[in-house]
Design a binder for this molecule. Structure first.
Ligand SMILES: Nc1ncnc2c1ncn2[C@@H]1O[C@H](COP(=O)(O)OP(=O)(O)OP(=O)(O)O)[C@@H](O)[C@H]1O
Length: 272
């Protein structure tokens, strides 16, 4: 479990990025961490990965303090940042250098991924396109089989077929003892993957709910015309009509349009 208690973080004395943040992440779930630009998603992730240290309060990952960067902690967690640098090696060399840092690294799993992405292991990282580099990193991240996997904007730079492959890879690699946290502005890429939606706003957690709970409470609909109905909690014009949210009065759990939910929550139209 990742446990954040009364956490604050300031880059400078004037700006408090979080206001007394309390948050938990449990194993067996894929979390979608959402928020507008600059709200503090990366800062939160950097506190979890031990790259920044809380100014106040605490952050624990399976009982360990990230900032201490103990070997056990480093073996527990893999982070795919939005921007990264791969050393100038062939993929084969890269794997042989880095795999031993992760005791559960599975080379067959990695080989299957890069076959799927159609990339040769003899290629040097300098010969790869941005999207291909990202695929290598994501393939490595999943094959490391760490307890915690965090990915910042993982679908950026992936072409459309690769986004589908990415979703399938995550589903296949997901295990009950794993916590996966994904931040993204491209919510549609992740809609079906996410179990729990966390929305950050103004230094606080505005929403933290399982998708099933959301579907239980709310019904999402797409219609040709604008709905003029008191039951509608939020609606907006989309390219193919009007997308709306209303209370779910049935026992049926429908789909959750996370992007629409995000807009509605930020517009303060929903009280969940
Ligand atoms: N190194 C830094 N020094 C000072 N302020 C910073 C630094 N890094 C980020 N910030 C500020 O902290 C706030 C949170 O930034 P952060 O990168 O965590 O946001 P984010 O939610 O990840 O944004 P995005 O969606 O654009 O990636 C922003 O206001 C940003 O300007």
């Amino acid at each position: 479990m990742i446990k954040i208690q009364s956490m604050e973080y300031n880059y400078s004395k004037k700006i408090n990025i979080f206001k007394d943040m309390n948050l938990e992440f449990s194993s067996g779930k894929i979390y979608g961490l959402l928020g507008k630009n600059g709200v503090g998603k990366s800062t939160l992730i950097k506190n979890i990965t031990g790259m920044l240290f809380p100014t106040k309060g605490s952050c624990e990952v399976f009982g360990l303090t990230p900032g201490k960067r103990e070997v056990k902690f480093l073996q527990y967690l893999f982070f795919v940042p939005e921007e990264y640098h791969l050393p100038n090696l062939t993929i084969k060399e890269l794997i042989s250098v880095y795999k031993d840092f992760y005791p559960k690294f599975d080379i067959d799993q990695f080989d299957a991924y890069i076959n799927e992405f159609n990339i040769s292991k003899d290629k040097r990282t300098t010969e790869l396109s941005l999207g291909q580099k990202k695929k290598i990193l994501i393939g490595f991240a999943l094959s490391a089989n760490t307890k915690v996997l965090i990915m910042d904007e993982p679908t950026n730079g992936l072409d459309i077929p690769s986004k589908i492959t990415f979703r399938n890879m995550i589903k296949d690699a997901f295990k009950e003892d794993r916590i996966v946290i994904i931040t993204s502005h491209q919510v549609r890429d992740l809609d079906e993957l996410i179990d729990t939606v966390i929305i950050m706003h103004d230094g606080q957690i505005l929403l933290n709910l399982d998708k099933d709970d959301i579907a239980n409470k709310l019904q999402f609909e797409l219609s040709d015309n604008k709905k003029d109905d008191a039951a509608v909690l939020y609606q907006e014009k989309v390219s193919n009509g009007f997308a709306s949210i209303q209370k779910n009065t049935s026992d049926i759990l429908g789909y959750v349009d996370i992007e629409l939910l995000f807009n509605a929550v930020l517009a303060q139209k929903l009280k969940l």
